[in-house]
Design a protein around this ligand. Structure first.
Ligand SMILES: Cc1cc2nc3c(=O)[nH]c(=O)nc-3n(C[C@H](O)[C@H](O)[C@H](O)COP(=O)(O)OP(=O)(O)OC[C@H]3O[C@@H](n4cnc5c(N)ncnc54)[C@H](O)[C@@H]3O)c2cc1C
Length: 302
């Protein structure tokens, strides 16, 4: 990584939206995270390929950000290039009841587009604050639905630079995981198979699920959703409650009393605060129940 790599990068990306030393707390739902060396919004696959080529040639780290809703970014930020997909890579279209959603589209936009067309299948996703790319990577799900139930294919940019279309089977979906944990594919778009439904009942389901979320989840505070994965045959929130940890605090990072499965940022929590709280919760839940909770939130940066 040459010391003047940022200047070369700015020259390369002339005309696109590049910001140097961009605070990541502006781009994460936790509202936590130091500066990314360089932050770039991409509108075409060509731009993405140029950035990847640059990072490869110059030995600069690359991180692809979705909507930052499952991330804890370190207080010292992220070295190298952080890229995210802008409007040019966020299109949603239909071929009959197959939705073709580009990776930068939000789940909310996708769920609303399905509603407008009277297609059922995406109601579960309306309240998940992520992008299609992030949701495929995580196999995001809620209320009995998950991405793997509707994915027919996923178009990816493979590490060798080839654009490939992977079948649902090749995606190796599991609980909050996909083949992307193993192979660093970049999701470009997904074909989501929906089915014709009744617009009114789709709308009602979406509203009911939204209401449930508001009642149960601390949406009034920044967070990254469920902090921990659901342990087999149990619930992280329940184990945390039983260990007596509701309301436990490190700085402004708090085990939400409303939903013990969420760590929230009640003000100016740092990543360090959240990490310390996560480790304390894991230790005390383990001591109480013998179950070691695994974080669902992904740590990035320094
Ligand atoms: C209030 C709240 C409620 C939530 N509720 C739920 C829920 O009900 N169910 C659920 O599953 N999750 C939930 N989440 C977590 C989160 O919204 C999901 O995990 C979501 O899918 C993450 O998408 P994202 O675009 O924000 O990804 P990010 O958080 O930006 O990134 C997550 C990972 O995906 C990778 N990634 C992003 N885009 C791409 C791409 N195009 N190609 C390859 N990799 C990519 C990133 O590099 C990173 O490794 C919730 C979060 C919050 C804050």
């Amino acid at each position: 990584m040459r010391p003047d790599w940022k200047e070369s990068f700015l020259k390369l990306m002339d005309g696109t939206s590049v910001v140097v030393d961009e605070p990541m707390n502006k781009h994460t739902t936790f509202r936590i995270g130091g500066d990314a060396d360089v932050f770039v919004r991409l509108n075409t696959i060509e731009e993405l390929k140029d950035v990847l080529h640059f990072c490869h040639e110059e030995d600069v780290p690359f991180f692809l950000l979705g909507k930052g809703s499952n991330l804890l970014v370190g207080d010292k930020g992220i070295r190298g290039v952080v890229a995210t997909f802008a409007e040019g890579l966020s299109d949603i279209s239909f071929r009959e009841d197959l939705m073709i959603a580009e990776a930068g589209a939000t789940l909310a936009a996708a769920a609303n587009a399905a509603l407008q067309k009277g297609f059922t299948g995406l109601e579960f996703a309306a309240g998940i604050p992520g992008s299609i790319g992030g949701a495929i990577r995580m196999n995001a799900g809620a209320y009995g639905g998950e991405m793997s139930h509707i994915v027919e294919w996923v178009r990816v940019l493979a590490p060798d630079g080839e654009i490939k279309t992977l079948s649902k089977e090749e995606m190796e979906f599991g609980y909050r995981r996909s083949v992307l944990v193993r192979i660093p594919y970049i999701v470009l778009a997904a074909g989501l198979r929906l089915s014709p439904g009744d617009e009114k009942s789709i709308r009602i389901t979406m509203m009911e699920l939204g209401k449930k979320r508001k009642e149960k989840q601390p949406l009034e505070y920044p967070s990254a959703g469920s902090t921990f994965k659901r342990p087999e045959g149990n619930f992280a929130g329940k184990l945390i409650t039983e260990a007596g940890l509701s309301g436990l605090r490190v700085g402004d990072a708090v085990v939400s009393p409303k939903h013990n499965g969420f760590i929230v940022n009640e003000g100016i929590a740092t990543a360090e605060d959240v990490l310390t709280l996560i480790e304390t919760v894991r230790k005390r839940v383990y001591e109480h129940s013998g179950i070691l909770l695994e974080p669902e939130v992904i740590f990035v940066g320094e």
